[in-house]
Structure formats: structure tokens, C-alpha cells
Design a protein around this ligand. Sequence first.
Ligand code: SF4
Length: 331
Amino acid sequence: MHAKAASRLLHHYREHARALPWRAPPGSGRQEPYRVWLSEVMLQQTTVATVTPRFLRFIERWPTIETLAAAPDEQILAEWAGLGYYARARNLIACARAIVARGGFPSSEAELRKLPGLGAYTAAAIAAIAFGEDAVPVDTNVERVVARVFGLADRTEVRAAAGAWWPVGDAGDFAQACMDLGATVCRPKAPACPYCPLRADCRAAALGTPELFPAPKARKVRPHRFGLAWWARRDDEVWLTRRPATGLLGGMAALPGPEWSDERPAANPLAVHRHGFTHFTLDLLVVRVAEPIGDGWWQPLADLADAGLPTLYRRAIEAALHAERERRLAA
Ligand code: SF4
């Protein structure tokens, strides 16, 4: 029964696959590993709509893994700015250089897994989509589809079910078929079961409760932290610095400031920007200072978009500029 369902899903994918810039048409064989790798790294925690224009810019600027590996860190980090989760960008750089150093992409999941910062899912996705290996990449979309088809609430059982279901010789197309179905039809809320090619074989749909599969993850309460950002202005410029290479937002342009802490600093900020990271939330207090603090450079406000600022600092600067305007108007 499930083999027939797999073949129906593949057929549906070959008729209705989303056209994505990193994807070759279904059934056209293996895809370019550089494009598969880059898109998979960008798509972690980020939507297709956000990634698409950024992917195209990356590919235009660095059309091959060799050109990307040869680019300066600062340029890549600046191009990544706004995509968030900057550890991904640093891993991307390390991984690109390791691939070029070894003479190209490895073609097996096991070898891909040895590359720096390349996790189990990404290794399986590249092996299946770019090299035709019978690997089983399970992202959240795939997990949801498999959990529902097999009626599995327990996520730990989903991987085994996926491995048993995956059609031999069609791993890449099947992975993309599941990803597309999860993104467009088998959505987390209100799945469109009447239009689903798996409707006849889906246990969760038969039970009438597809949204209960898989069981929701327990939500963790995120701790709250505080940071100071020094605001030094000179005419139409602001003093920026580069964060240390390692750690959160490592190597990115930033407003200078001390390390973040769990205690709210005693300061009278010009502006406060609240930001959500995966594991904590942060109040960044932007505080005026008369002179620049630490190493850095004067960045023209007119060219802020070229500074490669991550969203946290871009928004904090917008908040500070807004507060300055308000104060001027009130004076
Ligand atoms: S029938 Fe419904 S629940 Fe089952 S896979 Fe299709 S969309 Fe998802």
C-alpha cells in the first residue's frame, strides 16, 4: 500500500513541482551540488520566499564553490546580513573552503557529514538530490508528511518509517516531493487533504485529526538578556565595529558594546530594541557616547545598507535615529 502511495506522490511531484531557482526540473537527473548545498544551508530556519532573492544574489556574485571559497569573510558575512542565524554563514565559509581544499564535493552522505558544520539533514539532502544516493533527508516538512501518512505522533518513530517508505533509486525526487507536499498541501494547520495525492493511504486523514500528527514539541521558555550598544555620531556617520570572529553574530558589523548579560545595566538609553534569538530574547540599550569606543570605522548613515549589519543592529540603529529625530522635534 505504501509503495503505491510513494509512487503516487512522485507522479504528483513530477506534474506539480515548485519551480525554485536551485532546483532542476523533476526527473531531469542529479542537480548541481553547489546550488543544492547553498539553498539547503540558507533554508534552515528561513522561508523559501526570503531565501529566493538572496540565493540568486549569492549565485550571481559567487557562481561556483571555488569563487565563494576565495571570497573574503567580510564580503560573505555582509551578503548574508539579514538572513539571521549567522553561525550558518561562518559554517558556510568553512565548509566551502574545506570542499575546495579536498578537490570538490564528496558524493556520499557519510563523507559529506565529515565537512565542517554540515549536519545530518543537509548531508542526506545533498547526497540524495545532487548525487542520487538512497539517503533520507528528514526536515520538518518531511517529518510532518511521514508522521501523518503513518499516523505517528512520536517523532522518534518517524525517521524509521521514512527510511522504510523511501523508494530506492528515487531518493532525491521523493525528498523534494515530500518537502513540496509539506510546504503546500500538508501544512501544519489546515492541511488540504481533499487535494492530497496521499489521501487514500493517509492514516491521520482517515482518523480525521491530521493536525494532531506529529505531537507538538514542548515549548521552552526563552531566557531574557540585556546588552549595551555605544552610539557615537559624527556629522552623518556612526561608529561601527566588527564583532569577534567566534560566538553569536561572530564577524558581523555591529555597534560597539560590552558582552551581554542577564542583568539590566544601569543606563539611560537613547533607544531600546528588543530582539528574539532562537534561545533567548535580548533588550539592546543604545546609549550615546561622546567619543568612539574601541576599534572600528565611521560608517556614513547614507550607506548603512552596505555595512553588512545583522537585523539586530540594523533595527537598533533605526530605533536610535528615530529617537534622535523625536528629541529634535520636541526640543
Ligand atoms: S491526506 Fe492530509 S494529512 Fe495526509 S498527507 Fe495528505 S494533506 Fe497530509
